[in-house]
Write a protein that binds this ligand. Structure first.
Ligand SMILES: [Zn+2]
Length: 177
């Protein structure tokens, strides 16, 4: 799957493209945090005379791991990124690579792969957890057992490798009472 848009000879105006983004996409980047994905990148390329803008709307879901129970967690995504495309020859002074996508004018195409990847990664929430009470109780129990074993092995003071989990269990206990 490539994420290239042929820009040489492209007429002025708006052009629509759709690129599917699946789990393999992230494997290629060596990203193991995103285990699977069912996303679509809807790209609108607006070409004027001497300028180009790319608007990219990413919609769908990614599959990752819950930080609390380590079970699968599906996260919905829907965000739009806009970026100006500038042409610059290799070695030419360029102002910023953050706000612009730079392409060599001799390149007849625009490769959006890195751009799409970066924007998806930026939009993955920092806190990746099931909703309160939505964690897998079996996984939580297993983790709790593991923790008990670790505590016994450590022979030290309380050892909590899963900080959030501990908090959650305490809350659950409170609710029981
Ligand atoms: Zn969870």
């Amino acid at each position: 799957m490539d994420y290239k848009i042929q820009i040489s000879g492209l007429a002025q105006g708006k052009h629509d493209y759709e690129f599917p983004v699946k789990g393999d996409f992230f494997k290629e980047f060596g990203n193991s945090q995103i285990k699977d994905a069912a996303l679509v990148a809807k790209v609108v390329l607006d070409k004027g005379s001497g300028w180009m803008n790319v608007s990219c709307n990413v919609v769908g879901t990614i599959l990752t791991e819950c930080d609390r129970c380590l079970d699968d967690l599906e996260i919905p995504m829907n965000f739009t990124a806009d970026i100006a495309v500038k042409t610059a020859k290799l070695g030419e002074e360029i102002e910023s690579t953050d706000e612009f996508l730079i392409i060599d004018p001799s390149d007849g195409e625009l490769d959006l792969k890195q751009f799409i990847y970066d924007y998806i990664c930026v939009n993955v929430p920092l806190k990746k957890e099931h909703e309160e009470g939505g964690c897998n109780p079996k996984m939580l129990k297993k983790l709790e057992e593991l923790k008990v074993v670790e505590v016994a092995q450590e022979g030290k003071e309380f050892y909590a490798p899963f900080g959030n989990l501990d908090k959650l269990l305490k809350e659950a206990e409170k609710k029981k009472k």
